[in-house]
Design a protein around this ligand. Structure first.
Ligand SMILES: [Zn+2]
Length: 279
């Protein structure tokens, strides 16, 4: 599932392609991708608009238009695609032979941007303003933003009784961190994921803040080299498994102390951590 670094890499790659372009025509091949909004609402509101800014908030991609905005959320397996023109799109999109799964496509004045999620959890929506989007409205601080300071983060921790793992997954506190980077940040900060957020000492809170920033920066570097290739429908980020210290490594030796990495279910999801290093 794409988290903040993956989505940020997608946005940085998309920006030079789409920013400033006008949306000529919208094709909704699978209307489930715009639910609960209707396909025609999305098409009508986006058609003819210019993409002023390509941005990210939490795990959302934002296309800020000259009127209103488009949001895209990849959920489990959503992705962006790129086609040279309308002819190429219609030749490939959802064809039985050599076809490419496409849910929604935006024909721009140069090139075509596609959104696809074979599992159909990903969504494309239109809004009059960011405040109209319930998903965007509740998002907490973005850890790549200037607002994400150590003191602000320490305050948030102090106000929560939840486990550190659940706290980090809560998009209304810190936006963009999912299962992978919460495990990694806690491993980096040497903190037990089951500890309650409000039990952290000031230096531990500072350590976690620093760990989040550095884990996300390192993952973003990895996600940008090589950068996402929207022309390849099978493309996915490479090399991330090499930088992970805890996530997905159950039974493998901790890179710090050699003790096997443990796994436990927390809130229905797997948490990976080192029982010796993380206290
Ligand atoms: Zn260890």
């Amino acid at each position: 599932m794409p988290e903040l670094p993956e989505v940020e890499a997608v946005v940085r790659t998309l920006r030079p392609l789409a920013q400033g372009r006008r949306i000529r025509c919208v094709h909704v091949f699978h209307p489930i991708a715009t639910k609960p909004q209707s396909a025609s609402r999305v098409a009508l509101q986006a058609q003819g608009r210019r993409i002023r800014i390509v941005a990210r908030k939490g795990k959302y991609v934002l296309l800020v238009l000259d009127r209103g905005l488009l949001t895209m959320h990849f959920r489990l397996a959503g992705q962006l695609l790129w086609f040279s023109n309308r002819r190429e799109l219609l030749k490939l999109a959802n064809q039985a032979e050599n076809g490419v799964h496409v849910d929604v496509a935006f024909e721009l004045d140069k090139g075509v941007l596609g959104f696809a999620d074979r599992r159909h959890f990903g969504r494309v929506h239109v809004w009059e303003s960011a405040d109209d989007s319930p998903g965007l409205r509740v998002l907490g601080i973005d850890p790549l933003s200037r607002d994400f300071t150590s003191s602000r983060f320490t305050q948030l921790l102090a106000g929560s009784k939840r486990s550190l793992k659940d706290f980090l997954l809560d998009q209304t506190r810190v936006a963009g961190i999912g299962n992978i980077y919460s495990c990694e940040s806690l491993c980096h900060a040497r903190l037990d994921p089951r500890r309650h957020a409000n039990t952290l000492k000031p230096q531990e809170a500072r350590r976690l803040h620093k760990a989040i920033v550095s884990v996300l920066a390192r993952a973003l570097e990895c996600c940008l080299h090589p950068a996402p290739d929207f022309r390849d429908p099978d493309w996915w980020f490479q090399g991330l498994e090499n930088i992970l210290r805890a996530y997905g490594r159950e039974g493998k030796p901790c890179r710090r102390c050699g003790q096997p990495i443990r796994r436990v279910a927390q809130g229905g999801r797997s948490t990976y951590w080192c029982g010796r290093c993380q206290q």
